[in-house]
Design a binder for this molecule. Structure first.
Ligand code: AR6
Length: 170
């Protein structure tokens, strides 16, 4: 199985898909979400608006994933997932974070995606401790990837400090 850590800007990756660490509204935000919307152009926001709301203001509940085109990005698709907000670790955060990786891979596989880049979901604004998030991410991916042997997964860290944490988890 191909699982690696790269240090770069996720929006630069020319893969079949990149994953967005979004919020339930899917209407953009800060961090990697903001960077993806800026790089993809305004058509991405329009595509997100077009996704059905499953509750008022909620297009993607925490742990689930949705897919759009990548528009001006080098990636063909954006898979939007919503990580948990860190509340101390006893509110189901680990299971919800694991679910983000599982849902994203299963949605990717349904769209014949063979290469996918993930950011460190929940490790920014949502406050998840990176050492713990990295372990959850790697364990979750190692569980699901045997079912998708052709999938190349890149764990994209914005800086070397974060990359070292993720390499350690790998
Ligand atoms: N490329 C790769 N990694 C990045 C980039 C980039 N261009 N930009 C930031 N990161 P965050 P979250 C890293 O806050 O914690 C948004 O407002 C960043 O250093 O983007 O899941 C959404 O709309 C960190 O390690 O996502 C939500 O409201 C990681 O990406 C909320 O933030 C994730 O940080 C989601 O928070």
């Amino acid at each position: 199985m191909a699982l690696s850590v790269v240090t770069c800007d996720l929006t630069h990756l020319a893969l079949d898909a990149i994953v967005n660490a979004a919020n339930p509204a899917l209407l953009g935000g800060g961090g990697v979400d903001g960077a993806i919307h800026r790089a993809a152009g305004p058509a991405l926001l329009e595509a997100c608006r077009g996704l059905p709301q499953v509750a008022p203001g909620v297009r993607c509940p925490t742990g689930e994933a949705r897919i759009t085109s990548g528009f001006l990005l080098p990636a063909r698709y954006v898979i939007h997932t919503v990580g948990p907000v860190w509340k101390g670790g006893h509110h189901g955060e680990a299971e919800l974070l694991a679910q983000c990786y599982r849902s994203s891979i299963s949605l990717a596989a349904r769209h014949e995606v063979h290469s996918i880049g993930f950011p460190a979901i929940s490790c920014g604004v949502y406050g998840y401790p990176p050492e713990q998030a990295a372990r959850v991410a790697v364990a979750s991916l190692r569980n699901v990837l045997p079912a998708h042997p052709a999938m190349d997964v890149q764990l994209c860290c914005f800086d070397e400090r974060m990359a070292a944490i993720w390499r350690e988890a790998l």
